[in-house]
Design a protein. Structure first.
Length: 317
């Protein structure tokens, strides 16, 4: 019996013809790992993801090392990648919550940073040690200085659909937080379903609410976690609503250390397979990502939760 190693391509009218996959495996994927992954393994992970054709590879976080011990080696990782990849490494996005994080990124000459806001009061306290209101006091000088230095700034909003402490999150509340980040100068907004509770109608409603508030859909990205198996359905809803950037994590690694029940991110391989089936261009080589995730699973000591990785890992190249 011959093995089907690629999906049938049947385009669906009305969907975008091309999307950007924003790879977060080296940051969101690894930040929750309990055992420390050696810096050299992280560097190799980033290099392999770039070699797979992923157009954006978020590399690490310049957060407080006590808050995320796994990423305490952020400066060492980036120093090594800069020596190795030069300008290519300078363009890798890194998370910076505040001016201290920005300073660390500036010292290395990095060009792309991302701030991360919360749509809810409880998560702002738990993840940032701030309130919903005072988180912006941290972001404003950070974004202003980053832009003055010629950097590109992305803004994340977490808990856009539901929050483990507060329950469902009102669409207007998310639009309010997102608009503030855009007004402060973020070029792109990534709307995070941090705990994976989004459903398709909710995704459409949120994107439409941003559009109604005057935000062009081209400035939105969607960031799904697959806790309830809804991530691809939610991507489909996002595509129907005209969003063309999707965050994903190789092998489905991930979770947020400060959000109870935040399990794995949407796996890059699952997203690639899904887009391939629709004939939507993305420029990523599926086999290389699968090999990378299989290699990383070996380092982490457990198999990838991605259905596509499991199906393809053993299949002939
Ligand atoms: P804080 O304790 O309020 O910080 O934490 P502070 O401003 O009061 O400073 C206290 C000390 O920390 C000072 O040192 C600072 O210099 C130092 P001292 O003077 O006492 O010696 N400090 C730092 N050191 C290194 N790097 C820094 C830094 N900032 C301060 N950047 C803070 C506030 C934001 C720093 C802390 O809460 C933090 O680091 N939080 C990060 C939490 C995190 O990384 N969460 C995961 C990422 S978010 C996510 O995963 C969701 C996402 O994927 C989307 C989704 O799924 O929804 C993006
Ligand atoms: Mg996340």
């Amino acid at each position: 019996m011959s093995e089907l190693a690629l999906p049938m391509v049947v385009p669906e009218p009305g969907l975008p013809s091309r999307v950007t996959i924003y790879e977060v495996g080296a940051r969101d994927g690894l930040q929750n790992e309990q055992s420390l992954v050696p810096t050299a393994v992280k560097a190799e992970f980033v290099r392999r993801l770039l070699a797979a054709g992923l157009p954006v590879v978020e590399a690490t976080s310049f957060v407080h090392p006590k808050w995320v011990p796994q990423l305490a080696d952020a400066a060492d990782l980036m120093t090594g990648l800069l020596a190795d990849l030069g300008d290519r490494a300078r363009a890798l996005p890194v998370l910076v919550p505040n001016e201290r994080g920005l300073d660390r990124a500036l010292e290395l000459g990095l060009r792309h940073v991302a701030v991360f806001a919360s749509a809810t009061e409880t998560f702002a306290a738990r993840n940032l040690n701030r309130t919903l209101a005072t988180q912006f006091e941290m972001f404003e000088p950070t974004i202003t200085r980053a832009l003055a230095a010629g950097m590109h700034v992305r803004g994340y909003v977490s808990m856009c659909f539901g929050d483990p402490w507060e329950g469902p999150v009102a669409v207007d509340q998310v639009v309010g937080v997102g608009k503030r980040l855009l007004d402060l100068g973020c070029a792109q907004l990534s709307l995070g379903d941090t705990i994976g509770v989004a459903t398709a109608g909710h995704v459409r409603a949120l994107v439409e609410a941003f559009a109604a508030a005057g935000v062009d859909r081209s400035r939105l990205a969607l960031h799904f976690h697959d806790t309830y198996g809804q991530a691809l359905t939610n991507v489909h809803a996002g595509l129907q609503a005209g969003v063309t950037t999707y965050d994903a994590s190789a092998g489905g690694l991930g979770g947020c250390p400060y959000a109870r029940s935040a399990t794995g991110n949407l796996a890059t391989e699952d997203l690639v397979w899904f887009l391939d089936g629709l004939g939507i261009e993305h420029g990523v080589d599926l086999r290389t990502v699968v090999d990378t995730s299989t290699w990383m699973a070996g380092h982490l000591g457990r198999p990838s939760p991605s259905a596509v990785v499991r199906a393809l890992a053993q299949s002939p190249a």
